[in-house]
Design a protein around this ligand. Sequence first.
Ligand code: G
Ligand code: G
Ligand code: NA
Ligand code: MN
Length: 253
Amino acid sequence: LSLLSDLRSAVKASELQMWLQPKFALATGVAYGFEALVRWQHPQRGFISPAEFVPFAESTGYIGMITQWMLETALSTLAAWQTQYPDLSIAVNVSTHDLRDPNFAERVSALMQQYGVKPALLKLEITESGIMEDPSAAIALLHRLHDTGIALSIDDFGTGYSSLSYLQRLPVSELKIDRSFVIDIDQHPATQRLVKTIIELGHGLDLSVIAEGIETQAERDTLLALGCDAMQGYFASRPLHGQGLQNWLDQLD
Ligand code: G
Ligand code: G
Ligand code: NA
Ligand code: MN
């Protein structure tokens, strides 16, 4: 029983799903977009968490296929939203493996043209640790992606030891504060001081700063007071799919 061969056929068999978790402006509560999260509904094993299969897919290279499928699904969703929700963006996670693919930027650009989606509506989230594995290669790739008009975001910020000199050279527009800093932040003054510094660093680089994994009102209030721009997390909304997503979109208008 091999997870690998299962994963290979999962895309073809439509066992993957794209779930969308809304991102909200903190000050106004207005939702402006989503992060796309992959889910695998395995016919025998049931739901397999991405925490389980994403690292595995990454080490075997199969993540490239998943990224491709997520990009196509996100772009076809954005194309379908063009009339009713023309301003909502979708952010797709890019893996370290994708960063090493010499054709990645060209493939993304071709897909965008194929689906006729305004480039700024597609975002890519790249982890800080992924960038730091090969910073000069990542910087070159991020510039090629940025040139196509796609918005770029640094994910899991604060966990990946990026140097400030690299940070300044990355053509990104958003910095995502890792959830590890957000947990019970209202009860930890030292973490508040650290996160305030991260937010000021982000603003100093002209980046929008979003906190991920906000689960409580107290965490949300604290991050707003610290100057954070946006939030994502169970407090505001869990990831959505199918009818749940449609109901959520319906209450927008
Ligand atoms: O959705 P969940 O919290 O269970 O995701 C677990 C992990 O899998 C997280 O680290 C998340 O970033 C990662 N992940 C979820 N969807 C994707 C995806 O489409 N591509 C990649 N590369 N990682 C993903
Ligand atoms: O690695 P990445 O930052 O992409 O991980 C995002 C993951 O975090 C997703 O799998 C998502 O399901 C999960 N997530 C989103 N909001 C929350 C939250 O409020 N609490 C927790 N524990 N996980 C969350
Ligand atoms: Na992410
Ligand atoms: Mn993250």
